[in-house]
Design a binder for this molecule. Sequence first.
Ligand code: ADP
Length: 246
Amino acid sequence: MTQTKNLIDEEGKRTDGRTIDDLREIKITVGVIRNADGSAFIEFGRNKIIAAVYGPREVHPKHMALPDRCVLKCRYHMSPFSTDTRKNPAPSRREVEISKVMRESLEPALILEDYPRATIDVFVEVLQADGGSRCAGIVAASVALADAGINMRDIVSACAAGKVDDRIVLDVNDTEDKEGSADMPVAYMPHLDQVTLLQLDGILTRDQFNESLDKAIMGCKKVYEIQKQALMQKYFGNETELKEEQ
Ligand code: ADP
């Protein structure tokens, strides 16, 4: 990733008008798929993603079952209409990789030992992609797992940081992802203070790496509040707003 264009103007504004510490607007709706045990729809900037959770349910084929814990399966998929050019609907290497890292980032939050010989399926469908879709997908999947009533140690939150014009910025958008010089997606469990995903595309110095990680964790903590609020909204409705106002 070598940057060629200026992506931050003299006033410190980024391509979408944000400052370096701003998150994009995030909206989460819980319980959008009736047939699923748990689901969530997230708008993370211009990303639009649905996560649906099925299970715990019987494993197929049966020999894949584990005697002491549940098998977690994740599928991340981008719809053919989710990008500006038509995306081949067949799973790409990138989607296979993201499905794997998504599973690994969610697994530490789940108490899988509570469901031996069963499976939980997590489907993440990207309807519109705008950079940072793996983070947005993890955020939605985590909320959908909570909505499904799966026993959890914490909610997994996710947010990327990156390097643009030699500055560390929060929540990299599509242009910054493609034209910036580094992108670092992070998933984090705020309550347990544990990082469950850390990837880096680009080159950072040690100081930039630390700044980027701190910034991504700060972003995750903000996203966590939105996740909690979305879940409370579904289960307690307007009562939540009333309590906050009091
Ligand atoms: P993430 O979405 O997690 O940031 P990447 O860094 O791999 O993952 O991708 C960045 C962005 O590039 C995506 O959000 C999407 O907007 C775009 N993109 C990814 N794959 C494709 C594709 N096959 N065709 C067109 N655009 C794509």
